[in-house]
Design a protein around this ligand. Structure first.
Ligand SMILES: *[C@@H]1O[C@H](CO)[C@@H](O)[C@H](O)[C@H]1NC(C)=O
Ligand SMILES: *[C@@H]1O[C@H](CO)[C@@H](O)[C@H](O)[C@H]1NC(C)=O
Ligand SMILES: *[C@@H]1O[C@H](CO)[C@@H](O)[C@H](O)[C@H]1NC(C)=O
Ligand SMILES: *[C@@H]1O[C@H](CO)[C@@H](O)[C@H](O)[C@H]1NC(C)=O
Ligand SMILES: *[C@@H]1O[C@H](CO)[C@@H](O)[C@H](O)[C@H]1NC(C)=O
Ligand SMILES: *[C@@H]1O[C@H](CO)[C@@H](O)[C@H](O)[C@H]1NC(C)=O
Ligand SMILES: *[C@@H]1O[C@H](CO)[C@@H](O)[C@H](O)[C@H]1NC(C)=O
Ligand SMILES: CC(=O)N[C@H]1CO[C@H](CO)[C@@H](O)[C@@H]1O
Length: 490
């Protein structure tokens, strides 16, 4: 059981308080084993355009006004270092001010000395004025003395299998300009390769970076750690670049996360526990096997894939069993403390602009979905306050889980495990039928996300209605075409 502790709810975060206005709040207790909560609330904001660039895409959205409410949520203890870094983060915000403030580097810092010593020094910093602010000079000095820089624990690494122009590289691309450009992109693998320093493995308690065993390729920019589904696209590129060893190392790292946590985390940081991402590990293993026929890799990966499949079907991500037993919804079981860090570190620019607090779960769940952010998660696409990610059954997630089942069936067959192959083919067939019955719209010729009733995962009374399909056109509507099972031939 997780302790309920309202002293730790969001209004005790000074950062968030700045963007909250007191109002009435609704909270709903969880009704799932792992204790997720929903806020039925929405918040008031002003018009703004936010451009959020990630490694994969650029999304623009418009925020408008609404009502303000707040969530009371359950607290799970997080790592002591993270809790401390969050305090440093808040102090830094007060000291340096909101302008151009990036909160992520603070939760990425690693300790030079042990935590108790560092905390003692921090608590001893002189604080002045009504807000008990630390001076710029003192804080800078403290950080320089007690921390290594964010990113210092991830060392540059020269990938073993990189050559400037791999043999047989993109043979079909003839245009010299395009070829030159492709080789430039290829050269970036060298730039983005890293290895977790030995220090992280020796003293993990000094780092929020997780001690991944093998070399990694990171998305880059401020995303200096490994991310889950980003890795799928990285691996597709690595295979094109014939960097098979690096691709396998990426998979080994993700298997390590499954072994350690039971699933692949959103990213390789202590603050990404309790969240996954579009589950594409099986697809990574399949793609690598397809190029290398490495049976050892399959042998190593299959137990992890079975474990991950069990996780996605465990109820952690509750689906709508009354509607269709196999369908899962993107749901974020993000807990309070981590949620605050997540919110602050990732969405500070957003938080700054918002006068009020938006339903954390819907934001966090959107960030977990791989579509952070999109009008896809809003009930009214011109009204950000209608963001309701956790009550949408998404086409893509369900297709990824189907793909996982097909991949497991295929890989188990490689190992001669007929029983597993058969049971997973059966599961995939059932899921395909569920996907078609809930999402398919014959008239429009696409699969649409399905919106559950307001703020619930699935009401007892939920019955399928055509009007609950979100008929807006998103790339995700066509993800089923990735899978042969959905090809009708026409
Ligand atoms: C931290 O370091 C100090 C001094 O080096 C030592 O006295 C203390 O026991 C250490 N604490 C922990 C928790 O390791
Ligand atoms: C202290 O904080 C409050 C609320 O954030 C702010 O309005 C005020 O200006 C601050 N005072 C100083 C001296 O910075
Ligand atoms: C990667 O490229 C960036 C931009 O060109 C450069 O600043 C950085 O030093 C490079 N890093 C490595 C490790 O090669
Ligand atoms: C590899 O992928 C290609 C293209 O999708 C496919 O035609 C082929 O059958 C696959 N090979 C294996 C061993 O799965
Ligand atoms: C998960 O990783 C993505 C990058 O793929 C990032 O944009 C997102 O903010 C992360 N999610 C959470 C909940 O922090
Ligand atoms: C959607 O939101 C916009 C902007 O707030 C509003 O004008 C419009 O009436 C809303 N549409 C529906 C169907 O509620
Ligand atoms: C959600 O709630 C709003 C206001 O209570 C209502 O107008 C709307 O019809 C509801 N939508 C669904 C899908 O139940
Ligand atoms: C439900 C769940 O998996 N909760 C985990 C969230 O993360 C913390 C560690 O940060 C774990 O202790 C919880 O078990």
């Amino acid at each position: 059981m997780k302790p309920k502790n309202n002293n730790n709810t969001l209004d005790h975060s000074r950062l968030l308080r700045k963007f909250l206005s007191p109002s009435s709040y609704i909270y709903r207790s969880n009704h799932h084993r792992h204790g997720h909560l929903h806020c039925l609330s929405v918040m008031a904001q002003q018009m703004l355009n936010l451009v959020f660039f990630s490694f994969l895409f650029l999304t623009t959205m418009t925020l408008t006004r609404g009502l303000s409410k707040k969530c009371f949520v359950t607290v799970v203890p997080t790592t002591p270092l993270l809790t401390f870094l969050e305090r440093v983060q808040e102090t830094a915000l007060d000291t340096f001010g909101e302008k151009d403030f990036d909160a992520k580097p603070y939760v990425d810092l690693s300790l030079k000395l042990n935590l108790s010593k560092t905390e003692k020094a921090f608590d001893g910093l002189p604080r002045r004025g009504e807000n008990r602010t630390v001076s710029v000079k003192d804080l800078k000095e403290f950080i320089a003395t007690y921390f290594d820089d964010a990113g210092d624990d991830l060392l540059y690494y020269d990938p073993v299998d990189f050559v400037p122009e791999p043999e047989g590289f993109l043979l079909k691309v003839k245009n010299p300009e395009v070829r030159a450009w492709a080789l430039e992109v290829h050269a970036l693998w060298k730039n983005l390769s890293r290895k977790v320093s030995d220090g992280v493995r020796e003293q993990p308690e000094l780092h929020t970076l997780l001690p991944l065993p093998e070399a990694v390729v990171v998305p880059g920019s401020r995303f200096i750690e490994v991310y889950y589904w980003d890795s799928y696209w990285v691996i597709r590129g690595l295979l094109t670049s014939k960097m098979y060893e690096t691709a396998k190392a990426m998979v080994t790292n993700l298997i390590f996360l499954v072994d350690t946590y039971g699933y692949v985390l959103n990213g390789s940081r202590a603050y990404y526990t309790n969240r996954s991402q579009p589950p594409l590990l099986s697809a990574m293993v399949y793609e690598i096997y397809n190029r290398t026929y490495d049976v050892e890799l399959v042998r190593k990966a299959l137990p992890a894939l079975l474990k991950e499949h069990a996780f996605w079907n465990s109820g952690y991500y509750p689906g709508c069993s009354r509607l269709q037993p196999q369908l899962k919804s993107v749901l974020c079981n993000v807990e309070q403390t981590q949620a605050r860090i997540f919110y602050k570190s990732m969405f500070f620019p957003l938080a700054k602009l918002l006068k009020h607090y938006l339903t954390l779960f819907h934001i966090a769940s959107a960030a977990e979905s791989g579509w952070d952010f999109s009008t896809r998660w809003m009930r009214n696409t011109s009204e950000f306050t209608t963001l309701s990610t956790t009550s949408i059954l998404p086409v893509d997630l369900n297709v990824y889980i189907l793909k996982m089942e097909l991949d497991i069936a295929f890989l188990a067959n490689v190992l001669g495990n007929k029983a597993t192959t058969e049971s997973f083919l059966e599961a995939a067939e059932a899921r395909k039928n569920a996907i078609n019955s809930v999402f398919w719209n014959g008239e429009m010729g696409q699969w649409f996300d399905y919106r559950l009733a307001n703020g619930t995962i699935c009401k007892e009374s939920e019955t399928w209605q055509a009007c609950n399909q979100n008929q807006n056109v998103y790339a995700s509507n066509f993800i089923p075409l990735w899978i042969d099972l959905f090809h009708s031939g026409s």
